[in-house]
Structures are given as structure tokens and as C-alpha cells.
Design a protein around this ligand. Sequence first.
Ligand SMILES: N[C@@H](CCC(=O)N[C@@H](CS)C(=O)NCC(=O)O)C(=O)O
Length: 200
Amino acid sequence: MQLITLPLSPFGRKAQIVALEKGLDIEIVAPTAPTALFQDPLVVAKNPLAKIPTLLLGDGTPIYDSPVICEYLDSQGSGPKLLPDGGERWPVLVRTALADGIMDAAVASRQESIRPDGERSQAFMDKQRDAILRAVAAAEADLPAFANTLRLDSIAIAVALTYLGLRHPGIDWRGPAPRLAAWHEQMERHPSFVATRPAV
Ligand SMILES: N[C@@H](CCC(=O)N[C@@H](CS)C(=O)NCC(=O)O)C(=O)O
């Protein structure tokens, strides 16, 4: 299997961590046009949305987007299920969606921030920041529900917080969420997190 991704993509890192936790050997493939994925022939051929991560199975079949990739990897690998069955499944999925939403808002705001002078919308970036801070507050309040088990929700939340620190150092999420911040530091010491930590 190949995963088309870039080290700084939080969605891609989430999938890489899931693969490591499931003992799966995946080859990481970097896009040839990292700043314009829609111009990358492989990405466009495999994913009409021209987004990363995109997983390619052995026969070239593409799997996207990252929630689907993670569920697929979870179904293939060994070890405990990262997305549990039964009644626990839905809260894990909702918390994972919360984390993915933080990533979406952080990526969108980052893209807006690097637009040329005069084209940036401060109102758009403020809206994304407010969504991020509301989501962080929800995760802080819900911490006991996910803190002690390595599953898709805890992986995604930790990855989202790391991306925030890398791309939005000006957003103080730690101040209002001190317990989440302490938990996040522990999570980043986990071997699969250390192995995938992006360098800026
Ligand atoms: N919902 C998608 C989001 C993926 C995503 O937004 N990836 C970004 C990179 S981190 C991307 O490919 N952006 C390219 C673009 O939007 O043109 C997922 O979970 O995989």
C-alpha cells in the first residue's frame, strides 16, 4: 500500500499513526506538486478532489478521505480496534469528527493567511479560530472519555493539536485547556507519534 501525503498534513499524519499502530507497512509517497495538488497527475488521477492523504491499495485502487483511510487500515491491521464496534463507536466517531474539524479549520485558516496582501479575509480567519477554540473547549470538557485509550479519537485529537501548535502558534489553546495540554504532551511521546512528528 502507498499513502500519498506530506509530513505536515495532519490528516496524513493521522493515517500514518493508525498504520503504525496496526502494524501495517505502508510506503509514503510525496506528491510531485506539493503546493498545487490539482496539478499533480498522480493525485488527480487517483482522487478527483485532488487532496491528500490518498491511499493506494496494491492494485492501485484509491481510498480517501482520511476517515475512510483510517477505517480501512483499522480493518486490515492487527492489534486492538482503533474504531470500536458497538455503542462506543459513535462517540469515538464524533470525537474524531471534532478533531478533523479542528484540522479543517486550521488548514483553511493557514491557506488564507498566506494569500497575498489585500486578498486575505481577517473575518474568515477569525471564524476558523473561534471554531477551533470551541472545539478545543469541548475536547477539554470531554477529556476523561478519551484520555486513557489509544483509539482513533485520541489519535486524531492529539494530531490536530500538534498541527495547531505548528501552524498557528498565535492561537493560545493551551491556556483555556490545561488538562488537554498536559495530555497532549504525553501523547506526543508515544512511539508512533515520535516516528511521524513533522519538522517545520
Ligand atoms: N477531508 C479530507 C481533508 C484533506 C485535506 O484537506 N487535505 C489538504 C492537505 S492537509 C489538501 O489536500 N489540500 C489541498 C486542497 O484543498 O487543494 C480528509 O480527511 O482527508
